[in-house]
Write a protein that binds this ligand. Structure first.
Ligand code: GCO
Ligand code: MG
Length: 429
């Protein structure tokens, strides 16, 4: 043996190390309450490039903050910020305990922050990395509500004045004191803003009566159609409160009023139940804001039992995972209707808008504008004009987080309400 050694050559690393500067240097979990609570993940690379992700789970914020801070942040430091898919698979599979809103919100925050970093490094708005724009703008719907018809009509007119061209209609029901989607009082800004989470040590108790609701709602839509004409796209959220046969009846009764969709008509954990609803009505159905993986949609998509996917980027494992759900849905002519109430932070909203712009099967985007305080903490560059949203052209997501302003808004415990029937039984809210 000449000029050789018995020692085996050092093995190549299984994966290439991060390019200089792109390893994650820090991961911070930011919990603040500018008007309402938000959980934000901020990743920073060795070179100082920052990415933001939304991990807000309304009413259970601290569980996700702990999942991230205690169990995910220690795994992120030193990882290559470019390896989005590998990081997603690692976080999902290495936890062993899969799915669930806490886990999937935490993974979503990491995923979105990594997409933000990649797009900032590329110097492009994120939608360009997702395939580029498939349209010029994103039709958005706003939330109108009223305790009676005059208040409801007033709220619809205000939304039309603000530029909305599609309207969700929620209304009080005679005999029910407090109902999802309707503000108890007109807000001081003159709008009927509805923010369900309430800052209090205990959840508020609301009441519910499905028969009263089923009797009342079709007349409300008839009045709205008579007042605003046949063209305005109208939506309604049943918020999981009906059984399949009740939902089937409501869908049938609303057919003359040509809804854009009826949302969350049943709780839908039992996907098979939607077959019954579908057999009885051609009112389009939207479901999924509380779902967190593609498995929650398996029967619904394969059997074409819904028309719109309602998941949020924030609650479904991020852009990587929601894009797959929407691609699967596209094979069945099912479109997107991404969740966008105020409990999705401006970071989560921006992520939704980039995805909406890029996919082929975009349907509609929910849009509840955030409060002035929220928009001081999260400086956004997305726009809304004449019914259409656009994510803007800033590199990355187009959102900056202001720590100094956020410091004025510490976390405050807040809970979503719950329902009881007249006899005291707890009911879906
Ligand atoms: C919607 C939703 C929300 C939820 C809220 C709970 O369609 O926008 O139903 O209003 O109630 O996200 O946190
Ligand atoms: Mg909803």
């Amino acid at each position: 043996m000449t000029g050789t050694t018995d020692a085996a050559p050092a093995p190549e690393p299984a994966v290439a190390p991060p390019a200089p500067g792109t390893a994650i240097r820090s991961a911070e979990v930011l919990v603040h309450s500018p008007g309402r609570n938000f959980v934000t993940l901020r990743l920073t690379t060795e070179d100082g490039v920052v990415g933001l992700g939304d991990a807000t789970l309304n009413g259970r914020e601290l569980a996700v903050a702990s999942y991230l801070a205690d169990h995910v942040v220690p795994l992120l430091v030193g990882r290559d910020a470019h390896r989005i898919e590998d990081t997603w698979q690692f976080l999902y599979r290495s936890a062993y305990w899969r799915r669930g809103p806490v886990t999937m919100a935490a993974i979503a925050a990491v995923d979105v922050a990594l997409w933000d970093i990649k797009a900032r490094l590329a110097g492009m708005p994120l939608y360009q990395l997702l395939g580029g724009a498939s349209r010029t703008g994103l039709m958005a719907y706003g939330h109108a509500s009223g305790r009676d018809l005059p208040e409801l009509f007033d709220s619809i007119r205000q939304h039309l004045d603000e530029g909305f061209r599609s309207i969700r209609v929620q209304t009080s029901v005679p005999g029910i004191d407090a109902v999802y989607g309707v503000a108890a009082q007109p807000s001081t800004s003159g709008r009927y803003d509805y923010e369900p989470a309430q800052r209090a040590p205990l959840p508020a108790e609301e009441d519910w009566d499905t028969r009263a609701y089923l009797r009342h709602l079709p007349g409300v839509f008839e009045a709205v159609r008579n007042e605003f004409g046949p063209e305005l796209p109208l939506l309604h959220d049943g918020h999981h409160r009906m059984t399949p046969i009740q939902a089937a009846r409501l869908g049938k009764d609303l057919e003359p009023y040509d809804l854009f969709w009826l949302e969350d008509c049943t709780p839908a954990e039992n996907q098979d139940a939607l077959r019954l609803v579908r057999q009885h009505t051609v009112t389009p159905l939207a479901i999924g804001e509380v779902f967190n993986t593609v498995w929650d949609y398996q029967t619904l998509i394969r059997e074409q039992l819904i028309d719109y996917v309602r998941s949020a980027v924030t609650h479904t494992g991020g852009i990587t995972a929601l894009r797959r759900i929407l691609d699967h849905a596209a094979q069945h002519q099912i479109k997107s209707g991404i969740h966008g109430p105020t409990d999705i932070s401006p970071v989560g909203m921006a992520a939704a808008l980039h995805l909406d712009l890029a996919i082929h099967n975009f349907g509609i985007q929910e849009y509840m504008p955030h409060s002035a305080a929220t928009l001081e903490v999260f400086r956004t560059s997305f726009t809304f004009a004449d019914g259409y949203l656009h994510p803007g052209e800033q590199p990355g997501l187009g959102v900056e987080y202001d720590d100094d302003v956020a410091a004025h808004f510490p976390y405050q415990a807040a809970y979503l309400p719950f329902n009881r029937l007249k006899d005291g039984t707890v009911h879906d809210w």
